[in-house]
Design a protein around this ligand. Structure first.
Ligand code: SF4
Ligand code: SF4
Ligand code: SF4
Length: 533
């Protein structure tokens, strides 16, 4: 069959097969109003310094706290004052796109709090509440806050499109902080922060278990490579402290990424360590908007770095952890003047790896990743709240550069769903809990639709990410969208597969299956783009 005939008989997708990931949904008013994630218990609350249950004078405490935040954070007041209801943000939230509930439009979410702000803090709202859309803070309003401010992953996509830069994530953090202050906290976030205080990490993984896990990983690495690749814990005098999400020790595909970092450190001859005090990069203090808790979680990293005498701090693959590290770590736990000033404080593992690649210090056999046709999910916290490297957009390019250096088949998803415009995985911001599964599945639909489109267009089989929450969320929701749960990968998993380590045995030596015959799938011909909605 000639190539021409072959193309003609391929069942190429038609324009109708492509759905618009960002299509406006049919409106379903109040459809998500009853979705209520579990509330924190007295024990969870008190460990974080919050009242154990709703305090008797909760109304006055809430208004006083709002006043306190308005004084402390000037941006909060500006955001509440400056919305002109232009509507540019209305269809920018993945939760609105996935649920159709108008209260999940960013401007409507903001208005839940703005209406109360107007009532108590503006002259118009005090005297003519109806005229200015002001309302009293009642128990029903508090309940509405709880449900809808726990339907925001604080991804900041809406703020990119707002002409005034109003950041709904900040408003959602403030709302959660006010609720914690009156004794109405969320179980998922607050329980996890408590585990960090008690044990050192989100998963409550004690040091002996962590040590045993690292030892078993060392054995796996030796079986795979024939090399002694160490995963040191609490090694005094190490140069580098690696702070990584605890999911990297227990979950898939996180572990494969973690083993990739270890191989990079090994190839570079780095003297590195993990810490049992700071065995967690995540900082859920940000999700609940609590400066005090965010600071307490961050101070563990400073304590570990000083105790171990390291010169550098490197963060593993975690979206919001990198946001806290990049944007706030120095304020929360600095100054870090005891670290080596020649390196960024802190540094992302992708920056570390890419730097070595550029210097020619890492070598890869890309064909080892030929079973993957890959795309990349920009984690929103990395994309919209941080940077990497020393050029603008480094946070978009560095992870892609690493993937392109380690695999032969890489394809981006649609422009309006990646980089600064990326759509959230649907599980960030403290929503990665089973009691919010309905929201998580619906909120993932824009990303999943974009992934389905790139699969149709280029035969993409897998998606890589650099966020622990994104990876866990996708592993859970992908099967709902006709993907396998292992279609989500870690970026450093690609590094791990392809890296050539000196003296390592050939991975094919252990291969007793006939994968050698595998031929990458041929993508269907590219159909015209256009009215794909
Ligand atoms: S920050 Fe993200 S989740 Fe929250 S309203 Fe904006 S787009 Fe939606
Ligand atoms: S885009 Fe900004 S100004 Fe316009 S409605 Fe949304 S929040 Fe208000
Ligand atoms: S989990 Fe990932 S995609 Fe979702 S909000 Fe966090 S960084 Fe963004």
């Amino acid at each position: 069959m000639s190539e021409q005939e072959n193309i003609a008989t391929t069942s190429a997708p038609t324009v109708e097969d492509y759905l618009n990931p960002l299509a406006r949904p049919e409106l379903k008013p109040d459809s998500m109003k009853d979705l209520h994630s579990f509330e924190a218990s007295e024990t969870h609350q008190e460990k974080l310094g919050f009242p154990g249950e709703l305090v008797d004078d909760w109304h006055d405490v809430a208004i006083a706290k709002m006043g306190d935040l308005l004084t402390k954070y000037r941006g909060f007041r500006v955001y509440l004052d400056s919305c002109v209801k232009c509507g540019a943000c209305t269809d920018k939230c993945h939760y609105f796109l996935g649920t159709g509930d108008p209260k999940n439009m960013p401007v409507a979410r903001q208005d839940l709090l703005r209406s109360v702000y107007r009532r108590y803090f503006t002259t118009g709202g005090k005297y003519f509440p109806k005229l200015v859309g002001a309302r009293d803070l009642t128990e029903d309003v508090l309940g509405e806050w709880y449900n809808y401010f726990h339907q925001c992953s604080q991804c900041r996509r809406c703020s990119v499109y707002c002409p005034y830069g109003i950041d709904t994530a900040e408003i959602s953090m403030a709302a959660r902080e006010i609720m914690d202050t009156v004794g109405k906290g969320q179980k998922y976030c607050n329980e996890i922060i408590g585990k960090v205080y008690d044990v050192g990490n989100n998963l409550g993984f004690p040091t002996p278990a962590l040590k045993a896990t690292l030892e078993s990983f060392e054995e796996d690495l030796e079986d795979e490579t024939g090399l002694e690749i160490k995963l040191p814990l609490d090694k005094k005098g190490a140069d580098i402290l690696l702070v990584t999400p605890s999911a990297d020790f227990v979950a898939e595909p996180h572990i494969d990424g973690f083993l990739g970092y270890a191989k990079v450190f090994h190839a570079a001859g780095a003297n590195w360590t993990l810490s049992s005090v700071a065995s967690e990069a995540a900082n859920f203090g940000m999700f609940i908007g609590s400066y005090e808790n965010m600071r307490k979680v961050s101070l563990r990293i400073r304590e570990a770095a000083l105790e171990l005498g390291v010169k550098r701090i490197v963060f593993g693959e975690c979206g919001h952890a990198w946001r806290v590290a990049y944007s706030f770590l120095n304020t929360l736990a600095g100054p870090f003047d005891f670290l080596d000033p020649r390196y960024p404080v802190p540094q992302h593992i992708c920056e570390y790896t890419w730097d070595l690649i550029q210097k020619g210090e890492l070598k890869f056999d890309k064909s080892r990743n030929d079973e993957y046709r890959l795309t990349y999910h920009d984690s929103c916290n990395v994309a919209r709240a941080t940077r990497m490297g020393d050029t603008p957009g480094g946070q978009f390019e560095i992870p892609r550069n690493i993937l392109k250096a380690t695999c032969n088949y890489y394809f981006d998803m649609e422009e309006d769903t990646i980089k600064e415009a990326t759509v959230c995985c649907g599980g960030g911001g403290g929503l990665l809990t089973d009691d919010l599964m309905d929201l998580r599945v619906k909120g993932a639909s824009p990303r999943m639709t974009a992934l389905q489109n790139v699969r149709k267009e280029h035969g993409v089989t897998h998606m890589a990410a650099i966020c622990a929450i994104c990876k866990s969320q996708f592993a859970k929701v992908m099967p709902k969208y006709d993907f396998e749960m292992d279609n989500i990968l870690s970026v450093h998993q690609m590094v791990s597969n392809a890296i050539l380590l000196e003296g390592a045995k050939d991975p094919d030596d252990d291969d007793d299956d006939d994968d050698d015959d595998w031929i990458p799938p041929t993508p269907p011909p590219r159909p015209p783009r256009g009215s794909a909605a």
